[in-house]
Design a protein around this ligand. Structure first.
Ligand SMILES: NC(=O)c1ccc[n+]([C@@H]2O[C@H](COP(=O)([O-])OP(=O)(O)OC[C@H]3O[C@@H](n4cnc5c(N)ncnc54)[C@H](O)[C@@H]3O)[C@@H](O)[C@H]2O)c1
Length: 315
């Protein structure tokens, strides 16, 4: 039986590329994109699309029945920087959408769920270098608290109701097809746009703020890989640590000046600095490597070359 997949939050930074990748793999008509707003042309023209507010359980149930959906990728959320401005809205969106999807799976209306977690589940008391899979967490941001709670609920629904839910703690994601949606690592995308448009960038994090990052192609590959892995291989039902590279804004700027020597950067840290300071510098993802053969392909210089080349061609 061919399966039908629903992406919720399909017009965002990850959802756009995830939808395109899933359509490539399973066929356009088998992958239904949905969001509360329309996305870019590439996404909108690539297959079926529904306007859907995932906080509305009845609307969600209707779309699932109509398209005979068996798998959901839940990408709707309020990200770290925006969530600090609207804590209750962030909590309601991030938790209610997750409960709606987990309950649909509990009721056997869908078979499988992907829900992304984040390195934001870690906090200031977490070991900063090579942060292990299982360690002190204690997140200090609204977003991190919602992600850690989400992880606990995913594991609970797996243990109590046998819900096949799978999750990854994404690092900061770098991509060129869409702009990021209000996170603390957005600087690592904006910098490439500004480098090409203006030859300079003012960074909202300090020059030595080292954070775990990943190029979007790796993140999409990881997402498809964990969802395809045999159920028995998925030993972590909270979320898997995932890593590719770690760098500071200064190191990122140096990778740009290596190809654009005239590029200039300066630093004006704002409130996002405090969020960044609470997160790990680097992540140990050996458990994901062991359980479902995860391996990153993009380092910083490959990321910079790919970003600049694609953004140049886009203009
Ligand atoms: N981008 C990153 O660096 C990163 C890192 C770690 C984790 N994540 C997680 O990955 C997921 C996707 O992130 P993203 O960067 O693509 O976010 P984004 O902000 O770019 O996209 C989120 C999408 O959800 C949609 N949305 C908002 N409310 C909705 C609702 N009620 N119903 C349906 N859709 C709604 C928005 O319109 C938007 O298109 C989130 O859970 C996020 O926390 C992202």
């Amino acid at each position: 039986m061919p399966k039908y997949i629903l992406i919720i939050g399909a017009c965002g930074q990850i959802g756009t590329e995830l939808t395109l990748a899933l359509r490539e793999k399973y066929g356009s008509n088998h992958v239904i994109a949905s969001d509360i707003r329309e996305g870019n042309d590439e996404l909108m023209l690539s297959g079926p699309f529904e306007i859907l507010d995932a906080t509305n359980y009845d609307a969600l149930e209707e779309v699932i029945a109509y398209y005979d959906i068996s798998e959901i990728y839940l990408m709707a959320a309020m990200l770290s920087a925006t969530a600090e401005k609207f804590p209750m809205r962030a909590w309601n969106l991030n938790m209610n959408t997750l409960f709606n999807v987990l309950n649909l799976a509990k009721e056997k209306k869908i078979n499988k769920v992907f829900w992304p977690s984040s390195i934001a589940v870690f906090g200031p008391n977490t070991p900063k270098e090579d942060t292990p899979q299982n360690t002190i967490m204690e997140p200090s941001t609204v977003y991190g608290i919602s992600k850690q709670s989400g992880e606990r609920w995913c594991e609970y629904y797996f243990n109590k109701f046998n819900v096949d839910v799978r999750s990854i703690r994404y690092p900061g994601l770098i991509s060129w097809k869409t702009m990021p949606g209000g996170g603390t690592t957005d600087y690592a995308v904006e910098i490439y746009h500004k480098a090409l448009a203006e030859g300079s960038y003012t960074c909202f994090l300090g020059e030595d703020t080292k954070l775990p990052m990943m190029f979007m192609d790796d993140a999409i590959r990881a997402t498809l890989q964990i969802m395809e892995a045999p159920e028995t291989n998925i030993k972590e039902r909270s979320a898997y640590n995932l890593a590719a590279m770690s760098f500071t804004p200064k190191e990122l700027a140096e990778s740009i000046t290596a190809v654009m020597p005239e590029f200039k950067i300066n630093y004006e840290p704002d409130s996002r600095q405090q969020i960044a300071n609470s997160w790990p510098n680097s992540i140990d993802d050996s458990i994901a490597q062991r359980d479902w053969n995860w391996k990153a392909e993009f380092d910083l210089s490959k990321t910079t070359a790919t970003m600049l080349e694609n953004l140049k061609n886009k203009v």
